[in-house]
Design a protein around this ligand. Structure first.
Ligand code: XMP
Length: 326
């Protein structure tokens, strides 16, 4: 197995040719490591786990068992896209678990951000563990570890990622992209044939919309957030901002204000737009959004999303504001 230090001689993977060479090398290495055994992978649909899945499907086909847990806090159509790309497109051995009710049940009335994160992280492990135990003869666990995760393993990202599996589940790890930087992961993903909608996507926190539906999550407010976020992303795609802005999303706080709709009093939540640029997520600057785009987004969200009656723009750089609202 490779060790965890990137050799100085390793060229930065910037082209399809370099990516193809990396893929060929990893396919051979994974085959040698795994033989005819089975490998389990938690496939979130994020860039890293998706690229690992595509790479392992190329290397070992149906010996890879992907488990996609929908915690109910995904963005609009995200789980559907995972199924479409991996099960329908790549013929993956994919187990899809809709655990929405379990997660939202556990999160009911919990308003404290750290508690919400813990519940989501723990429940993820419980659900994944339950599924893993139903499967026979799995010897390996694949992970989408990338080089910054190794470098920063006791830094900022450590608390971000969902914890490990229970102690008694002993798997050998398969980590084919652990020496790659994020930009290289994207190049490799494209060379593997994954669509841009998957490999060029913005970062999305593990606890998903759970950190953007502020306070105690309710289904109606979560749904409003999901719909408003989908409109924001659609409009950023249309005007091209999705190509230049690093991260953009909606947060919906647990407060209502009075408004008017169809001539009647309409109490609703505000949708808060956050759009930032950053190098490393440690600091972030605010992206200019043209006023005509802001008006269009505001008009669409207030007209199309049940429960939202105002749209606000967050102009706070990091520091002082973190990127996420929690
Ligand atoms: P903050 O809010 O701390 O966020 O300024 C910095 C970056 O980290 C992302 N983030 C997460 N990423 N799991 C992740 O993989 C998480 O739990 C998580 N929480 C925040 C956030 O979206 C931003 O890009």
């Amino acid at each position: 197995m490779q060790n965890n230090v990137r050799p100085e001689s390793m060229a930065r993977i910037t082209t399809k040719e370099l990516a193809d060479a990396f893929i060929a090398e990893q396919v051979a290495e994974v085959r040698a490591q795994v033989g005819d055994k089975k490998v389990l992978l938690a496939l979130s649909g994020g860039v890293d786990s998706s690229v690992v899945a595509a790479l392992l499907i190329k290397a070992i086909g149906k010996q890879l068992v992907c488990v996609h847990v929908n915690h109910g806090l995904m963005r609009k159509d995200e789980s559907e896209e995972v199924i479409r790309i991996f099960r329908d497109g790549l013929d993956a051995n994919l187990i899809y678990i809709d655990a929405t009710d379990r997660f939202l049940g556990k999160l009911k009335d919990v308003a404290e951000p750290e508690k919400k994160r813990k519940i989501i992280g723990n429940e993820f492990i419980v659900v994944f563990d339950e599924e893993a135990r139903k499967l026979d003869d799995i010897d390996f666990l694949a992970q989408g570890t990338i080089y910054p995760d190794i470098i920063e393993s006791d830094g900022v990202k450590a608390h971000h990622n969902v914890g490990g599996l229970p102690e008694d589940m002993k798997f050998e790890l398969v980590e084919p992209i652990k020496l790659l930087y994020k930009d290289e992961v994207r190049v490799v993903g494209k060379a593997l044939g994954l669509p841009s909608s998957m490999v060029d996507r913005q970062p999305f926190p593990g606890p998903g919309l759970g950190v953007r539906c502020l306070g105690a999550i309710t289904r109606d407010r979560l749904e409003a957030l999901r719909e408003a976020d989908a409109i924001l992303r659609e409009e950023f795609d249309i005007c091209g901002l999705s190509k230049t802005v690093w991260q953009y999303f909606i947060a919906v706080p647990d407060m209502k204000s009075v408004g008017v709709k169809d001539g009647k009093r309409y109490e609703g939540w505000p949708a808060i737009i956050r759009a930032v640029n950053t190098e490393d997520a440690m600091t972030a600057t605010i992206e200019e959004i043209p006023y005509n785009v802001l008006h269009k987004i505001t008009n669409r969200i207030t007209a199309e999303v049940e429960g939202i009656n105002r749209v606000l723009l967050d102009l706070t750089p990091k520091p002082v504001g973190t990127i996420e609202w929690e």
